[in-house]
Design a protein around this ligand. Structure first.
Ligand SMILES: Cc1cc2nc3c(=O)[nH]c(=O)nc-3n(C[C@H](O)[C@H](O)[C@H](O)COP(=O)(O)OP(=O)(O)OC[C@H]3O[C@@H](n4cnc5c(N)ncnc54)[C@H](O)[C@@H]3O)c2cc1C
Length: 339
């Protein structure tokens, strides 16, 4: 197997987050000589965290300039690490940070990049990447002859490298002196919703999807958006579920109509939305049309609640369909969860 460089950026506390540990597991499974390249304000905690992984070298680019996500500094750090390692394969987790910087780095090094890889393994004695095309409808396995070959690995495809407590040690990091490039972007701070207001939770066991039905006239001829909002928020809080939406619902929210104020296009699941990975999914008030359901490709167990026994979910798209009023079902579910 060819030599591999794993690129990872450290979190503000200096450690590695789950996507980096997943990519490390993928790199270890390849069984080639492994170099790890770390970027961040400080990288020693990250290096210590993976000391037991058995990397041949751990390189680092650190300093205040490399703390925040920014194309110029991330690309400069990754380029320096890739040149110093000289590895044929460069693996990185598909975080927003690396997804932005790595394609440019591949260009600078005369290499190639593949994004949204879901696996990398040796097939017919050469490394091969697996990825999905046409919105997860077709899966392809592809190889390349160009080197360096950069691969951005999607989250949730590998069990993260498990640092058994006590197994970490003190790793030696070879620090590279990288002059931070002149930047036009100054990072002044981070604005993020409070943890319990964050509705997109990739690590949640359950994906809860709300469809446009929550905004439609109900049996009494009235719209009950405010009740829907309370029911959905109540469920999200107690189940710690991630929130998805159908395109119809997020479009309504975007147009400022009275619906779920916390729903944005980032929540949209489907062909023109996202394809999250969760163990279970519960769809409510959503018709289950193909452009939506294609986003459920990697949801393992699917259930739906719809008034319409002929909705899309009934046509082999859900494991269980409850033909019922989602308002009534979620009210009862919330009651039971509060017990
Ligand atoms: C190119 C293209 C790309 C697209 N990409 C996407 C995409 O990425 N994601 C996506 O979602 N869509 C996408 N769509 C749109 C998609 O085809 C559907 O229009 C959309 O998913 C419908 O949203 P919905 O099911 O929430 O709304 P509706 O079709 O309006 O369905 C609402 C459902 O709610 C049910 N309902 C109403 N009240 C209740 C109640 N009290 N209890 C239970 N059920 C109730 C109704 O029976 C109905 O089935 C795309 C379309 C195109 C053409």
């Amino acid at each position: 197997m060819e030599s591999i460089l794993l690129l990872a950026h450290a979190e503000p506390d200096g450690t590695l987050a789950k996507p980096a540990l997943e990519a490390l597991a993928a790199a270890l499974a390849l069984d080639g000589e492994l170099t790890v390249g770390l970027v961040g304000e400080m990288v020693q905690p990250a290096a210590d965290q993976i000391a037991a992984a058995g990397a041949a070298r751990i390189l680092g680019v650190c300093g205040e300039a490399f703390a925040a996500a920014r194309y110029a500094t991330d690309a400069a750090a990754a380029e320096a690490l890739a040149r110093a390692a000289g590895s044929a394969i460069v693996l990185a987790p598909a975080t927003s940070r690396w997804s932005r910087a790595i394609p440019g780095v591949a260009f600078r090094l005369g290499g190639r990049v593949d994004t949204h890889a879901t696996n990398m393994a040796v097939k017919n004695e050469v490394p091969a990447v697996t990825r999905w095309f046409y919105r997860q409808r077709m899966e392809a396995v592809l190889t390349r002859t160009q080197r360096p070959w950069f691969v951005l690995l999607d989250g949730g495809c590998f069990e993260p490298f498990d640092r058994t407590p006590g197994a970490s040690g003190t790793a030696t990091v070879e620090l590279l002196a990288v002059q931070p490039p002149a930047t036009r972007t100054t990072v002044t701070g981070v604005q993020a919703p409070k943890a319990d207001e964050q509705t997109i939770r990739p690590d949640a066991k359950l994906l809860f999807v709300a469809g446009a039905g929550w905004t439609k006239k109900q049996a009494d001829g009235a719209v009950h958006g405010a009740i829907g909002l309370t029911l959905i928020l109540g469920f999200l809080r107690s189940a710690k579920a991630s929130l998805g939406g159908s395109k119809s619902l997020v479009d309504l929210s975007g147009e400022g109509e009275a619906v779920l104020r916390f729903m944005t296009h980032l929540n949209q699941i489907g062909q023109t939305g996202s394809t999250p990975r969760h163990a279970k999914g519960l769809s409510t008030c959503c018709h289950g049309e193909e452009p939506h359901v294609v986003g459920w490709r990697f949801v393992t167990e699917r259930r739906a609640i719809n008034l319409d026994a002929n909705c899309g979910w009934a046509r082999g798209k859900a494991d269980v369909l409850y033909v019922a009023d989602a308002f009534a079902v979620m009210r009862e579910v919330n009651r039971l969860m509060a017990l």
